[in-house]
Design a protein around this ligand. Structure first.
Ligand code: UGB
Length: 599
């Protein structure tokens, strides 16, 4: 009471709320007025922020936390009454007729799309020092970082969509990035120092998520920061924040006014994703899905969630992601004694969630008007002992963006699209040590496998388009055995869709396993090329280059690097390899015109 004079009227109301919610331990030991007044004000500034950034405010957070902590203590099953079964969705096979049809529909629809990248996570599992979208390259042949790769894909899609719909002027596809205190400044700096990688600055919106208050016990008493008794300890709330942020920032409303129809969410380190985007957007548009989750075949117990149909005893049912650590116990508890196991296909019957969601904006916005974007949360306290009365360290509520459909009415059209993993999903999530421990046959999800997957996908796509690409060899890097295909990379504007790639490849061409092929331009046509070495072709937008003949040189050999060798930059050693660029044919065509490179 003595300190109340320091506070604004709103903050006095917040102080009263905290007392009413049995949180007075936060300030019972505060010194007399005149001592640490600045810190006391800063404390209430923080409370104001925590209150305004959570849908329903802090009181609601504490109330929800009490309920979830009590459920956790009594061991309440979150799936009580639900039986899991395998849902049916759209299964696409890259390059076939159905795929091409959806891809074409998706490109047309893309001008009505907006993209949202969730990039607030630091990637503790990866153990990397930079922000993941920043210094981490999606491949080191030409060395583009993930953010550049994503932006170039969105721009290529924007242009392609305008072209196929005969638009007079391109509609800028909006691009939002959710950041956090951990990633915001560095993401901003990366964009600014690279001129937004060619995007208009106004096209990009950064939305910063706030952390949430930590909880110190089962009564949901808020935890003070161990370093500063005038601050509440906070931790990340999870990627589910993206919905509330899009809503409260007014971004969704702005997009709706601007004619956006589809909102596509994606994660920070998947170098393959955009190969699957046009077709899955085509599925959404053709099937009229309010929510479409992109999925890939999943190995049993693989550390990605499973898309599951949950049917309740009261008749309700929903198609939703069940996290990998919950799927196995849920199956065992519902009459499947073996739990999460592979079926005759060699994969789990439950498709793997890759957290690429496509929402139809109209119904999505209507739903958020009701919920404010609040997503069903969970709590995961680490208890000191079996009595579950005390925590080892403070906990907090968390939420996941893929849980959005949990609050939807049964009438909502929730579907999913399963795509070949080789073309849709190769995230960089695990550090080399953990990746090396992944059970044989399951994907590593490491920097090594993420990069090799890019070469594999591009090689297979070229094969599909008629190029003879030599088989890969098996090699081990950082304790992970991977397929090493020719290092084929191209700019998104060269081969955004399979239809684009097919148009740029003609005659009879071949690429040997030891080769590197980098296509850094829009109109580069491969015709009767025999490549056994390294070839790098760069062209300006006005140039049209036909590339053929026989290219044979020493090329770029792969050299092993140990991840423990700290004399090598972290970005390289987490991959376990680097290129020895011994010899290459490198050509640049900056002027407009028609050119022929006949080697
Ligand atoms: N992220 C944020 O933006 N803010 C946060 O507070 C936290 C994360 P992780 P996770 O694809 O393999 C998800 O940590 O959550 C961003 C699915 O839940 O990489 O363990 C972060 O920057 C799971 O079902 O993944 O697992 C990153 O871009 C499965 O699909 C993204 O959120 C798994 O991804 C994901 O964060 C997967």
């Amino acid at each position: 009471h003595k300190n109340l004079s320091l506070l604004s009227p709103d903050q006095i109301e917040l102080a009263k709320m905290l007392v009413a919610m049995e949180q007075s331990h936060l300030f019972t030991n505060w010194p007399e007025p005149g001592v640490d007044d600045g810190e006391k004000k800063a404390f209430f500034d923080q409370v104001t922020r925590l209150n305004s950034s959570y849908p329903g405010g802090l009181a609601s957070y504490i109330k929800t936390a009490r309920g979830l902590l009590s459920d956790s203590k009594t061991g309440k099953n979150p799936f009580d009454g639900f039986t899991p079964s395998v849902p049916t969705g759209e299964n696409l096979s890259y390059g076939d007729e159905t795929f091409m049809k959806f891809e074409e529909a998706g490109v047309k629809e893309a001008q009505n799309a907006a993209f949202v990248l969730v990039a607030g996570g630091l990637g503790e599992r990866l153990g990397y020092n930079g922000i993941k979208v920043n210094t981490l390259c999606f491949q080191t042949t030409t060395g583009a970082c993930f953010l550049q790769h994503y932006i170039e894909n969105v721009l290529a899609l924007q242009e392609a969509s305008c072209k196929v719909t005969g638009g007079q002027s391109e509609r800028d596809i909006p691009f939002a990035i959710m950041t956090s205190d951990d990633t915001h400044a560095r993401t901003m700096q990366l964009l600014e120092s690279n001129k937004y990688f060619g995007m208009k600055p106004a096209q990009i919106k950064l939305l910063k998520q706030e952390k949430v208050a930590c909880l110190e016990d089962n009564d949901a008493r808020l935890a003070l920061d161990p370093q500063n008794k005038f601050r509440i300890q906070t931790k990340p709330h999870g990627h589910g924040d993206v919905h509330a942020l899009l809503y409260s920032s007014g971004v969704l409303e702005e997009w709706q006014r601007g004619g956006v129809r589809w909102v596509l969410f994606f994660q920070d380190t998947n170098g393959l994703l955009f190969k699957a985007i046009p077709a899955s957007l085509g599925v959404s548009a053709t099937k009229g899905y309010h929510v479409n989750s992109l999925a890939v075949p999943r190995k049993a117990k693989e550390a990605i969630g499973g898309i599951t149909k949950l049917t309740h005893t009261d008749g309700r049912s929903m198609v939703i992601n069940v996290e990998y650590n919950q799927l196995d116990p849920l199956l065992r508890a519902t009459g499947n004694p073996d739990g999460d196991v592979n079926c005759e296909t060699g994969y789990s019957p439950f498709p793997g969630n890759i957290n690429q969601l496509i929402m139809e904006l109209g119904p999505y916005f209507e739903e958020l008007k009701k919920t404010g974007g609040a997503i069903k949360e969970f709590v995961n306290p680490k208890y000191k002992d079996a009595s579950k009365t005390a925590f080892k360290s403070s906990t907090r509520l968390e939420c996941m963006m893929q849980d959005y459909p949990k609050t939807l009415p049964p009438s909502a059209r929730v579907g999913f699209t399963v795509m070949d993993a080789w073309v849709a999903y190769a995230p960089v999530k695990n550090n080399p040590e953990d990746a090396a421990k992944v059970p044989k046959g399951n994907p590593y999800h490491s920097a090594t496998s993420g990069e090799m997957a890019v070469y594999r996908a591009n090689s297979l796509i070229l094969r599909n388009a008629g190029v003879q690409v030599e088989d890969p060899v098996q090699q081990e890097f950082n304790g992970q055995e991977v397929e090493v295909w020719p290092r084929v990379v191209w700019k998104p504007k060269w081969g955004l869709t399979f239809a684009d790639v097919k148009k740029k490849v003609a005659g009879s061409s071949s690429i040997s396993q030891k080769s590197t092929l980098a296509l850094k331009g829009r109109n580069i046509f491969i015709e009767n090329l025999s490549l056994d070495g390294a070839l790098v072709v760069e062209s300006g937008d006005g140039a049209e280059v036909k590339v053929g003949g026989s290219v044979k040189n020493k090329g770029w050999a792969i050299e092993k690097v140990d991840y423990k060798d700290t004399s090598v930059p972290e970005e390289i050693r987490i991959r376990g390899f680097r290129f020895q660029k011994t010899e290459q044919l490198e050509k640049q065509y900056t002027e407009p015109g028609k050119f022929e490179l006949k080697a």
